[in-house]
Design a protein around this ligand. Structure first.
Ligand SMILES: [Zn+2]
Ligand SMILES: [Zn+2]
Ligand SMILES: [Zn+2]
Ligand SMILES: [Zn+2]
Length: 306
């Protein structure tokens, strides 16, 4: 585990000693009592959460600790990240940390069951401490990231919060209806930068959809791309389909697809080319005129699959 020889031995010797101590000194009933009293804290953890969290919270970074949980010779606990960060010097008492695991706390944590941290957002799952983190990474109640591309927006929230945020802070256009007809006009289409993009939000079937339009370099070739993202989870996004059309002069390009959930980042969808991709030459041809201006009319429709 640990890179240095002597430290590594120390870590390895600890579990052995601890197991031995339990096996020989503690009568069976005693260890059962200990375990069940820990279990009690877990099952009724909702009321006693604060104390439990405090105990398992790293005093330095305030994150919940996961094995290996370390402690100094005086018993101050610390997460592995912080242990590495403080150069082995206990931030509480300044003693050399050494390589001492806090097995008691690790086992205590193992016996706990805690509510998902998105409890207040509607998740009622109660989870073993060590699977909690994994669940929370995929919990369907976890907040969404702001779907606005092109800026590093750190706002997260549920869908109504994000809709208000898009409207108020990003000044995004909001439309009602399941069909759309959108014009994209851009001067100097020959300057294709990665940062050229537009977002419009459509509300239909009581849900919101983000229509993205952007210009970027795909390999060496400048392209335009339009695609739809669903403001909700993937399982629901799959219930919808959409089509996009662009054209002029008797030619037309169409795309039919399934909106992607905004759980998938804007960039991920773009890079997978899951949308209407228009080569620049064709885009300029569709724009008509002198190729000095990009003028595309994109029409589309969203429908619900039976
Ligand atoms: Zn920490
Ligand atoms: Zn200490
Ligand atoms: Zn959850
Ligand atoms: Zn935002």
């Amino acid at each position: 585990m640990a890179p240095e020889g002597s430290a590594c031995k120390e870590v390895e010797s600890y579990p052995a000693v601890a197991d031995y101590a339990i096996a020989t000194r503690k009568p069976e009933s005693n260890s059962m009592t200990t375990k069940s009293s820990f279990g009690f804290v877990g099952k009724h953890g909702i009321q006693s959460n604060n104390g439990v969290y405090e105990l398992l919270e790293c005093p330095v970074c305030k994150n919940l600790m996961y094995p290996p949980i370390h402690q100094c010779p005086n018993g101050h606990t610390l997460c592995l990240n912080c242990k590495n960060r403080v150069h082995n010097c206990c931030p509480s008492c300044r003693y050399d940390l050494g390589n001492i695991r806090c097995l008691a706390l690790e086992r205590f944590a193992e016996s706990l069951e805690l509510p998902c941290k998105y409890h207040s957002l509607g998740c009622h799952e109660i989870l073993p401490y060590y699977s909690k983190l994994k669940h929370e990474q995929h919990c369907r109640f976890r907040p969404y990231n702001c779907p606005y591309a092109g800026s590093d927006c750190s706002i997260t929230g549920d869908i109504p919060t994000l809709i208000a945020h898009l409207k108020d802070d990003h000044k995004v256009d909001m439309h009602d209806g399941c069909t759309f007809n959108h014009r994209y006009v851009k001067l100097n289409p020959h300057e294709v930068e990665n940062a050229t993009w537009m977002l419009t939000v459509f509300k239909c079937f009581g849900k919101q959809f983000c229509l993205h339009f952007e210009a970027f370099q795909m390999g060496m070739a400048p392209v335009y791309m339009a695609f739809l993202r669903f403001m909700g989870d993937d399982s629901e996004a799959k219930k919808f389909s959409y089509c996009l059309e662009v054209g002029a002069n008797g030619r037309k390009l169409t795309w039919q697809g399934i909106p992607r959930s905004i759980r998938d980042s804007h960039r991920k969808v773009r890079d997978s080319q899951d949308g209407l991709v228009i080569q620049r030459n064709l885009a300029l041809y569709f724009s008509g005129g002198d190729r000095l201006e990009l003028k595309l009319r994109i029409t589309g429709r969203i429908w619900k699959e039976a």
